[in-house]
Write a protein that binds this ligand. Structure first.
Ligand SMILES: [Fe+2]
Length: 210
């Protein structure tokens, strides 16, 4: 059933919309190179997982751009908060969480990018409905968006943070399997781990989807 051609996010993107998405991505690259690097890694992995899930190519393209822009709302958050090495207070935590709603609002304002809005808004929702900003479950979040959310989590675990070293791929896989079925969809976790562990010369096909 995971073929990505059911009632998913609206699409496909028009050529003009792709141009506009690329313009927004270039703003991210210029203003937050670290966030851009994360987005590129997530997009590369998400494209592989989408193909593993037999998404049609137009849906793969949507996943690619959705992954590149999922954190665009971070441009609204003070950079220092992302490099914080202590516990965030409630106000800072709220500011970080708002990157989802702010990003969705920004993308809604760009003609033709409506299909990408759910990626910005819902990539931190959880399988069990305990995520944010809307607390909706896997049944309500498009599969393509959940897929990007899982790839986002993989990248977060395997990259260094100010308060911890990066997890090894074995540790990250173990962590994600531990939370599959609650935080993330079980099949998406398995496919993401499989695709993340493919050799890099086979997997570096991010730009193929553009
Ligand atoms: Fe995010």
């Amino acid at each position: 059933m995971f073929v990505g051609d059911d009632d998913e996010t609206p699409g496909p993107l028009s050529p003009r919309a792709v141009e506009r998405a690329a313009t927004v991505v270039s703003q991210l690259e210029r203003m937050r190179p670290d966030a851009f690097a994360h987005a590129r890694r997530v997009a590369a992995l998400a494209v592989r997982v989408a193909r593993r899930a037999h998404f049609p190519e137009e849906r793969v393209e949507q996943v690619y751009w959705g992954a590149l822009l999922h954190d665009i709302g971070e441009l609204n958050v003070q950079v220092a908060l992302f490099h914080h090495d202590a516990r965030l207070d409630e106000r800072d935590r709220i500011a970080i969480c708002q990157h989802t709603t702010v990003g969705a609002r920004w993308l809604s304002a760009v003609p033709g990018l409506a299909p990408l809005v759910p990626f910005a808004r819902w990539h931190h929702e959880r399988f069990d409905g305990l995520g944010y900003p809307d607390g909706i479950t896997a049944q309500e979040v498009p599969l393509a968006v959940s897929l990007v959310g899982v790839c986002d989590a993989w990248d977060a675990l395997t990259q260094p943070r100010p308060y911890r070293d990066p997890l090894t791929t074995d540790e990250a896989a173990e962590e994600m399997m531990r939370h599959s079925g609650r935080q993330w969809s079980g099949p998406l976790v398995i496919w993401t781990i499989e695709c993340a562990l493919l050799p890099s010369d086979v997997t570096d096909d991010c730009d193929d989807a553009a």
